[in-house]
Write a protein that binds this ligand. Structure first.
Ligand SMILES: [Zn+2]
Length: 129
C-alpha cells in the first residue's frame, strides 16, 4: 500500500469512528457546516444531536461561530468529493462534527477551493493566553 493510501485509510477510519461517536451522544460541543444561500460562503454553526437527529439549538435565532451568518440565510451542505493528498475522498455530511473533525473538514474544504469563513474556523481553536 502506498503512503498516501495508508494515510487516507487512517483518515477514513478516523472520520467513521468520530461520526459514530458523535451520533451516539452529544456530550461535547458539536458543529455543522452550512453554506450561505446568496454567497456560497461556508460558516460553522453550533449543533446538537438528540435521538440520532441533528438539531440546531434555539432554531429561530442561531448564529454562526463568527456571529455574522444567521441560520435562516443558510442551507445544508452535503456529499462532496474532495481531494486529499492526491486521492479522492467523498464526505457524506458536514454536520454534527466534534471540534477535531470540524477542523479537518475546514482544512479539507479550504484546500479544495471552497470559501470557509476564517473567523468561524479560528473559533475551533483555543487562544493561548
Ligand atoms: Zn463565519
Amino acid at each position: 500500500m502506498s503512503v498516501v493510501g495508508y494515510l487516507l485509510g487512517k483518515a477514513n477510519i478516523k472520520i467513521k469512528v468520530a461520526e459514530e461517536a458523535v451520533m451516539e451522544e452529544s456530550k461535547f460541543p458539536l458543529y455543522s457546516f452550512l453554506r450561505l444561500k446568496d454567497s456560497n460562503e461556508i460558516h460553522i454553526f453550533p449543533a446538537v444531536v438528540v435521538e440520532g437527529e441533528t438539531l440546531f439549538p434555539c432554531k429561530e435565532d442561531v448564529w454562526s461561530l463568527c456571529q455574522k451568518a444567521n441560520y435562516a440565510d443558510a442551507e445544508s451542505f452535503e456529499r462532496q468529493t474532495l481531494h486529499f493528498r492526491g486521492e479522492e475522498i467523498t464526505v457524506e455530511k458536514f454536520r454534527c462534527l466534534d471540534a477535531d473533525l470540524a477542523r479537518f473538514y475546514a482544512a479539507l474544504l479550504q484546500s479544495n477551493g471552497y470559501e470557509v469563513c476564517g473567523t468561524c474556523v479560528s473559533c475551533l481553536y483555543k487562544t493561548v493566553k
